[in-house]
Design a protein around this ligand. Structure first.
Ligand SMILES: C[S@@+](CC[C@H](N)C(=O)[O-])C[C@H]1O[C@@H](n2cnc3c(N)ncnc32)[C@H](O)[C@@H]1O
Length: 289
């Protein structure tokens, strides 16, 4: 029988700091093993936004599909990470829709107006907090990641909510995972001032204001949330990877601290936005078919 043979795709050359335009899993699969020192990222939240592009993450019809897709993606990121590397993962939570099936348009944020909203996940009830961050954290732990810390990102300037039957949410989680039991962690680099003025080990609650980036229809990282992650988990010259690059905030912090960034972003509009923000040269943007 005649067989058609297809050569595997060429391994990507990371070069200097680079933005790859394409699907995160596709690009990760082509990156060399053990090539980046840390991963810092915030995937799209489940059922919150329609970025209007094929292959986008976040519109999976069921919660297990969403979680499984991210687990597969981060498993590939684990291969790409150095053995002593760290993954910092920020992901937001949400409430069940009560099977309302749509979200009313939000004038301030057009991308939030969803034509379809996922049904209430099995086992949950209308009005339940879904617990997405912890569900994902446990799934990643099961997949071999070491869950080392849950950092509470406290947002002093959190958006008001029109609810009167529960507290307004003013925090998100930032999980710290390692690939191995022992890993590179520059503890002195991110010490904080204690109540008596002495420097002490960084605590697990970080109070940082949110900072929208003009033109971005999604939540962007405030640079001060990323700074401790970069400083604690990489050295000068190391590669820092963000597979959901958006407006490129991780790149901004990398430039400031002399690290090389690798960004992956599906949406050409956001690649252009990050490229302007980071002042990239032509050869730093690579489109992956
Ligand atoms: C929450 S935003 C990240 C924002 C980023 N942290 C910043 O500071 O600007 C998530 C990003 O993931 C992108 N995205 C969605 N699906 C993707 C996929 N399959 N591959 C790569 N990027 C994707 C979206 O276009 C969006 O820019």
């Amino acid at each position: 029988m005649k067989q058609l043979r297809i050569a595997p795709p060429e391994e990507l050359n990371l070069g200097d700091s680079t933005i790859f335009e394409g699907d995160a899993l596709n690009v990760l699969q082509r990156m060399p093993s053990r090539s980046v020192q840390c991963v810092i990222t915030s995937p799209p939240y489940w059922g919150l936004r329609d970025y209007g592009i094929n292959q986008q993450i976040g519109l999976e019809p069921t919660l297990p599909q969403f979680i499984n897709r991210l687990v597969a993606l981060f498993s590939e990121a684990k291969r790409v990470l150095n053995d002593d590397g760290i993954l910092w993962l920020n992901i937001g939570d949400g409430y069940t829709s009560g099977n309302r099936g749509y979200r009313a348009p939000d004038k301030k944020n057009p991308a939030r107006a969803m034509s379809v909203r996922p049904n209430t996940p099995e086992g949950l009830k209308p009005k339940d907090l879904i617990g997405i961050p912890w569900r994902l954290a446990f799934a990643l732990q099961n997949d071999g990641w070491f869950l080392r810390s849950d950092i509470v990102w406290h947002k002093p300037n959190a958006q008001p909510e029109s609810v009167t039957d529960r507290p307004t949410r003013a925090h998100e989680y930032l999980f710290m995972f390692s690939k191995s039991e022992k890993y590179f962690y520059n503890q002195p680099a991110i010490k904080e001032k204690g109540t008596n003025g002495d420097l002490r080990n960084r605590r697990s609650v970080w109070s940082i204001n949110t900072m929208p980036f003009p033109g971005a229809h999604f939540a962007t990282f405030p640079p001060s949330l990323i700074e401790p992650c970069v400083l604690a988990s990489s050295r000068t010259g190391d590669y820092v990877l963000d597979p959901f690059f958006g407006s490129g905030t991780v790149g901004i912090v990398c430039i400031k601290h002399n690290r090389r960034y690798i960004g992956i972003e599906l949406h050409p509009e956001y690649v252009a936005m990050a490229s302007t923000r980071l002042n990239t040269s032509e050869k730093q943007i690579i489109k992956i078919a």
